[in-house]
Design a protein around this ligand. Structure first.
Ligand SMILES: Cc1cc2nc3c(=O)[nH]c(=O)nc-3n(C[C@H](O)[C@H](O)[C@H](O)COP(=O)(O)OP(=O)(O)OC[C@H]3O[C@@H](n4cnc5c(N)ncnc54)[C@H](O)[C@@H]3O)c2cc1C
Length: 307
């Protein structure tokens, strides 16, 4: 483990509601200049297009998304993810853009006395240290899971992100594939997220969100999933299964989806598919338990979505 005194980040940072940034300012981890974001009309609120697609401004509060009736109808998995994260107080302030761009929750990253890859260090202290809450899909040099619940749900909805410089970035284009251990996203310096676009929902689709958590509230999940499905004639016509808390980026569980698409929506098929949720997993010594949680969540949520 590399240790140093006052290991800080000095890059400029935007401040939206400051619920993540303020904690890192107080601890001394973040020391660069702050740029306050102000709510221009394009960055606030929810707009609907005639085709049923939605556009959410980056400064829209999580609570506004959680309580929006039309969002709950069109994108129930996104609404449930927003309703389930953090605390009522945090949700009231925290913004969607800030949620997507929030920094890692890794206790080594958050400790101003410890160097790590995300603070200019040369290794990941969690890999050889305490990584109980870290990844079970070891995809890159940093083993912290991506913290954003909303990014995971937006991945399930094929959402895209527009920034001050670029339009229509997919969630993988925004966050990367986990191989860049030095950053939580691929935004450039002073590139701000301006809005998030969601395609119109599929006809007849349903969706559910569920998290496994180490206490009942006010905590990031150990594992979380969002499932969307279209059922027709007793079979899965369409299925999207995304998971968070398990990898440096939210993951789409494609092996599991392939085992369900076009297949009967019965308990045996779902049980077999759930076993594939961990395809490609490479747990750390302390994170094997997350694979059982993931399989259990997938089986439970996919079964419930067929009911
Ligand atoms: C107890 C607790 C539990 C929590 N549980 C969860 C959880 O389960 N799931 C979850 O996802 N989150 C959780 N959170 C985190 C919370 O959702 C985030 O702190 C919040 O969403 C950040 O939004 P903000 O507007 O306050 O961002 P800020 O703190 O203002 O900014 C956070 C970071 O994002 C950058 N940023 C902000 N806006 C933009 C933008 N528009 N473009 C580019 N960069 C930007 C900032 O520069 C900064 O680096 C929890 C927080 C707490 C305190």
């Amino acid at each position: 483990m590399s240790a140093a005194t006052a290991v800080t980040t000095t890059v400029p940072e935007f401040r939206a509601a400051g619920t993540d940034l303020s904690e890192r300012r107080r601890s001394g981890v973040s020391c660069g200049p702050i740029i306050d974001l102000d709510a221009g009309p394009d960055m606030l609120g929810i707009d609907w297009a005639a085709d049923g697609s939605a556009r959410i401004g980056a400064l829209t509060a999580i609570a506004a998304i959680a309580s929006d009736r039309r969002i709950a109808q069109a994108y129930p998995g996104l609404a449930a993810a927003a309703q389930g994260l953090a605390t009522p107080q945090i949700r009231q302030l925290a913004t969607l853009g800030g949620n997507l761009a929030q920094r890692s929750r890794c206790w080594y990253f958050r400790n101003p006395q410890i160097a790590c890859l995300k603070k200019g260090g040369s290794d990941c202290p969690a890999r050889s240290g305490n990584h109980l809450y870290h990844v079970a899909f070891d995809l890159g040099p940093c083993v912290a899971p991506h913290p954003s619940t909303m990014a995971m749900a937006l991945l399930a909805y094929d959402a895209s992100v527009s920034t001050g410089y670029r339009r229509g970035l997919s969630i993988p284009e925004l966050l990367g594939d986990g191989s860049n251990g030095s950053a939580d996203n691929l935004l450039g310096t002073s590139e701000r997220i301006e809005r998030i676009e969601l395609p119109a929902p599929l006809a007849g689709e349903r969706a559910l969100y569920k998290r496994a958590i180490s206490r009942t509230h006010a905590e990031w999940p150990l594992v979380e999933i969002c499932v969307r499905a279209v059922l027709s004639g007793g079979s899965f016509q369409q299925i999207h299964i995304c998971a968070g808390g398990i990898a440096p980026v939210p993951l789409r569980l494609t092996a599991c989806e392939a085992a369900l698409r076009g297949k009967p929506a019965d308990a045996a098929t779902i049980a077999q598919a759930a076993e594939l949720a961990t395809s490609g997993a490479r747990p750390l010594p302390m994170t094997g338990y997350k694979l059982d949680l993931l399989k259990g969540l997938v089986r439970d949520v996919v079964e419930r979505i067929t009911a």
